[in-house]
Design a protein around this ligand. Structure first.
Ligand SMILES: NC(=O)c1ccc[n+]([C@@H]2O[C@H](COP(=O)([O-])OP(=O)(O)OC[C@H]3O[C@@H](n4cnc5c(N)ncnc54)[C@H](O)[C@@H]3O)[C@@H](O)[C@H]2O)c1
Length: 397
């Protein structure tokens, strides 16, 4: 028997809900599921909430456990059934790149909104097909370039776009990790599931997107893709070593359509680097610099009239609640983590659906996913042919 002052909680009513289905319960499927579970609290009072209708995976036992863990109403073992479920309005495609195109196209054709993980596709022709389908569709098609929703990177963009840095002279971006450093890790092999693997698609797509997010379209590329650790053990034939066709490192010079030059590099064999995603923009009047391993910080240097001896980089803690991505989180100084970017991303996706708003410029569209694939392919061709490649030359084939 409850005490006299007990009152039953009023159920939450009047909040629009979007019925969602998710394909994949691995790393990013988990991140999206956790993010959707966080939305009610993180955006209180919520303007929109997901209804977790179903999650999909091939292994019934595991996907059933995933549905229990994150509170889905049910689960599917065949993604075709999820994308045609009449109850589902929005689909999150969280499988590996080889399985982005087919479910995304089927979901768009069935009139669903789609948030597809990055890279949009394993290669340029598939990315183009997806972009073309999104152009024909009346529903929203978002690419999961989640780093656009890191508060410090949004602030970086605002500073670059404000003109405070003056004319921009240089962009520099690195995305380095050591995920393939161990030479005894098996090669990816040639199974369909690993098509398009390698750091240029994997971390490079994030880097290219943030370069475009900050400074606009990329017009031309020259660079190299390299495979240092080859051969590797065969993934299927014990004791055998096989050549590795995928790159483990890339670097390039990019010419932005606006005239700025940029340098990009990425590696999966950068010993000691865990998730070193660092970008810097230099202007005549100032510089801004960000590193994902210091997610809440932005380094800023501005020629703002101070005494030369008193000048230097300022380390800004990006936690003010006036920031659009921080108003829902903690009091200033109480930092957020990587998962907050997924909450911000999913909130943007659902809010745009609910409000009938466009995803851009904050969110990445399928066009942005396609543009990242174009730049990656231009870099591959440049490496192969030893020349600078105009991105527009790849627009049709
Ligand atoms: N935004 C980010 O920062 C970020 C971070 C990690 C991964 N990703 C992207 O997310 C995607 C998935 O990566 P991951 O690390 O989560 O992979 P993962 O291997 O951990 O998970 C992939 C999931 O897809 C499911 N799947 C595969 N084939 C399927 C099929 N035929 N039917 C149903 N389900 C199927 C698998 O069962 C698994 O649950 C990749 O494109 C990756 O680049 C993005």
């Amino acid at each position: 028997m409850p005490g006299a002052s007990f009152h039953a909680t009023r159920p939450l009513s009047g909040v629009p809900t979007i019925p969602v289905g998710v394909i994949g319960y691995g790393w990013i499927g988990r991140a999206h599921s956790v993010a959707m579970n966080r939305l009610r609290d993180a955006t209180w009072p919520p303007n929109v909430l997901p209804r977790l209708v179903a999650i999909c995976g091939r292994n019934e036992e595991k996907v059933g456990a995933a549905a229990q863990r994150w509170g889905y109403e049910g689960y599917y073992t065949d993604w075709h059934d999820l994308v045609t479920d009449p109850d589902i309005q929005a689909v999150i495609v969280g499988a590996q790149a080889y399985l982005h195109r087919e479910p995304s196209l089927a979901a768009l054709a069935a009139g669903k909104h789609v948030l597809c993980e990055k890279p949009l596709a394993p290669d340029l022709p598939e990315a183009r097909q997806m972009r073309d389908a999104a152009r024909q569709s009346r529903t929203l098609a978002m690419t999961g370039f989640s780093y656009r929703f890191v508060p410090a990177l949004k602030l970086m963009r605002d500073i670059v776009h404000s003109g405070a840095l003056g004319p921009i002279s240089l962009f520099r971006g690195h995305y380095l990790n050591e995920s393939r450093r161990d030479p005894l890790l098996p090669a990816f092999g040639d199974a369909p599931e690993v098509r398009g693997r390698g750091p240029l698609n994997d971390v490079g797509s994030h880097l290219i997107d943030i370069a475009r997010f900050l400074l606009g379209d990329i017009a031309a590329v020259s660079g190299k893709v390299l495979t240092h650790l080859t051969p590797r053990p065969s993934p299927t034939r014990p004791g055998e070593m096989v050549d590795v066709p995928q790159e483990d490192t890339f670097h390039g010079v990019v010419d932005f359509a606006g005239g700025t030059t940029g340098i990009i590099e990425g590696s999966a064999v950068a010993t000691g680097r865990k998730n070193w995603f660092s970008v810097e923009v230099n202007g005549v009047q100032g510089t801004v610099r960000f590193n994902l391993e210091r997610l809440n910080e932005l380094e800023v240097y501005l020629l703002d009239g101070a005494q030369p001896e008193a000048m230097g980089f300022r380390d800004i803690l990006v936690t003010e609640s006036s920031h659009p991505y921080l108003r829902y989180w903690w009091p200033k100084g109480h930092v957020v983590g990587w998962e907050a970017t997924l909450v911000n991303e999913v909130h943007h996706f659902l809010s745009c659906i609910q409000g009938g708003r466009a995803l851009a410029p904050e969110g990445a569209t399928f066009e942005d996913g396609y543009q990242a694939a174009l730049v990656a392919e231009a870099l591959r061709r440049s490496s192969r042919d030893g020349c600078r490649v105009e991105v527009s030359s790849l627009e049709r084939g």
